[in-house]
Design a protein. Sequence first.
Length: 248
Amino acid sequence: MRSDIKINRLYEENYNYQNSLMKIIKYNNANDITIKFQDENKFRKNTTYQMFENGSIKNVYIKEIYGVGCFGDTKIKNKKSYDTWKHMLCRCYENSKKNQTYFDVSVCDEWLCYANFEKWYDENYYDIDNEIMDLDKDILVKGNKIYSPNNCIFAPHRINSLFLKKDKKRKNCLLGVSYDVKTNKYKSQLNHNGKKISLGYFNNKIEAFYAYKNAKENYIKQVADEYKDKIPKKLYNAMYKWEIGVND
């Protein structure tokens, strides 16, 4: 065979190791080809014919993380952002089977692709001294069940903890209220920096709840003021506007 004859492999098709169909859309030589995956994302990749032939080219849009997430066209440059993304998916699509808190929580379509989440993370993440930073989904929008760019914000763990509700321990009681058998009254308590502060005993649970509501909302404002110059303004504003309802 003459060595100067150019092999035309344009439009050849093959399946990769993920069983994803790919097609050669540009062929310069065996070491310089462009393939395009034939799925809805049409991901293109510059590669070699050998990798095309042996099927070793990765389709970065295959949903291989908990059956819902894909990497997208990016490299993991920031492991913290990847870990945050993966833990978010795990809470919603793996641990939700065990943790009822997340049984009806989901991630928006945009964030099912790590490349999209990574961009948002890089634009929105911030540090405060040595504090742990949490990805929160429902301080900005109370009761929100979807992780998405518009609903989420990073918050120091101390702030995020102010909004956690331990439903299993509450049983049928209102938030911040428990029944005291010895006094035959309802006790109201506030968790203040890890310590429980008694707000008093009341004849009925509604009175006890409103004592808690008033104290907790004021405490949230107090903490917001402590962090005022360290957190995003929209987080500060959300904390100041926060209202605790009897059905929370």
